[in-house]
Ligand binder design. Structure first.
Ligand code: AMP
Ligand code: MG
Length: 410
């Protein structure tokens, strides 16, 4: 039997074998959610030319110091247009937001501070403006040649938009991690028909598919695999050939039909673990050769749905995000207030209770148990948005603090 190990040691072992994937080139829009593999240097100024921040009138500030004053409107320039008229003292040019300011301009008066006269051929400027007012200089946002983003930057939608603005059309990124997800067990069905005696409806794959996707990876659904060694071996080898990581559910404990264990022991370099935690004590991690020398991480999660979720969160998620080069692979952990006692008995294990976390009026995160904590009771756990860590002992009293991993905050 595998020795019992601490969660910290299990996680360290996993992370040590899950290196960042080699970079690929990708158009910036497709790259949202990935991480830059190389620095991006701005190849262009943003904005590319001095332009107006408002709809109004381009002037020389000196021409309107004595406002209210009337000026002739000698030209008009819309966004996307251009005028080669060089603005003279005592003149105004009608201008729209984003239009290039004509040469000779040093300020724009916003339309709200003007009155249109004579069908637009003249304007009354009601207030003086300072030089530079409402003019956005070329390069005000980004200057050509500046180091915009270092390698390791997560490409958020806003970062992708900045890449678009400097025409960094293709960027070098760590690719999305392709993760094969499969369930094992002869009892599992997903055809929607009536259940035969002993059958249950397969549910972990749906959850793991979603969790993999939420981790920023691409999930590849390999379906339910029967408890049949030959079939499972074929599916696993194919998964190693086509994916960057494999997540299996079921078949990693001590049962007679734990075929994942039988097959992976034979074809992969595996670590069969009994982790001193509850739930999710059995866990397997290893590396499966893809047939060409690439070693693909395999995460063997237990079949009990709650255990599957907890071991994915504690072990697989940070590893997959590390492979994706994420600057912050781990979920945030906070010191939360237990709104009521979170009970447990000493048993040599760290317990991970599923809780609902919310910010209280004191600005701290408060947690309450979701109720049923059995490893088969996913319905209660499905309401959790956080996992509270209870060290070996008697639990945490009401009002006490508990280290808590936030899945999301409502
Ligand atoms: P195992 O880890 O294969 O021994 O399974 C442990 C428990 O989890 C058993 O009650 C299984 O029926 C259940 N189980 C395993 N895989 C799944 C799954 N994909 N969906 C729902 N329940 C499962
Ligand atoms: Mg099974």
């Amino acid at each position: 039997m595998a020795p019992v190990i601490d969660i910290a040691d299990a996680r360290a072992l996993v992370l040590q074998h899950c290196g960042v994937l080699p970079p690929v080139s990708m158009p910036f829009r497709a790259a949202i959610g990935t991480v830059l593999a190389a620095e991006v240097v701005a190849g262009e100024d943003v904005p590319p030319f001095a332009n107006s921040a408002v709809d109004g009138y381009a002037v020389r500030a000196e021409s309107v110091q004595a406002a209210p004053v009337e000026l002739p409107v000698v030209a008009e320039v819309a966004a996307g247009a251009f005028t080669d008229h060089v603005l003279q003292p005592g003149e105004a040019i009608r201008i729209m937001t984003g239009a290039p300011v004509p040469d000779g301009t040093d300020a724009v008066v916003m339309v709200e501070d003007t009155e249109r006269l004579d069908g637009g051929t003249r304007v009354r400027v009601l207030k003086p403006v300072d030089a530079g007012s409402a003019v956005r200089a070329a390069g005000d946002d980004v200057r050509t040649g500046t180091a915009l983003y270092p390698a390791g930057t997560l490409i958020t939608p806003a970062v992708a938009a900045v890449l678009a603005s400097v025409n960094a059309a293709v960027v070098s990124v760590v690719p999305r991690v392709r993760v094969a997800v499969l369930s094992t067990g002869d009892e599992l069905v997903d055809d929607g028909g009536p259940l035969a005696p002993g059958q249950i409806r397969e549910s972990n794959r749906t959850m793991l598919h979603g969790l993999v996707h939420d981790a920023g990876c691409e999930a590849v659904d390999l379906g339910i695999v029967r408890d049949d060694e030959a079939v499972l071996e074929t599916v696993l080898r194919e998964a190693a050939r086509t994916c960057d990581a494999i997540v299996t559910s079921g078949g990693v404990s001590m049962g007679d039909y734990d075929v994942v264990k039988a097959v992976l022991s034979r074809i992969a370099e595996m670590h069969w673990m009994q982790i001193a935690i509850k739930p999710a004590k059995p866990f397997a991690f290893g590396l499966l050769d893809d047939g060409a020398g690439r070693r693909v991480p395999v995460f063997g999660l237990p079949g009990n749905p709650v255990s599957s979720l907890v071991s994915f969160e504690l072990l697989a998620r940070p590893a997959l995000r590390q492979m994706a080069g994420m600057p912050q692979p781990a979920r945030p952990w906070v010191s939360a207030v237990a709104d009521h006692g979170l009970g447990r008995r000493p048993d040599g294990k760290v317990h991970y209770q599923r809780v609902v976390a919310a910010f209280g009026d004191d600005g701290r995160v408060h947690v309450q148990s979701v109720g049923a904590q059995g490893s088969h009771q996913l319905a209660a756990t499905s309401m959790a948005n956080a996992i509270a860590e209870l060290p070996d002992g008697d639990g945490v009293a009401a009002g006490g603090t508990v280290r808590t991993m936030l899945l999301w905050v409502v």
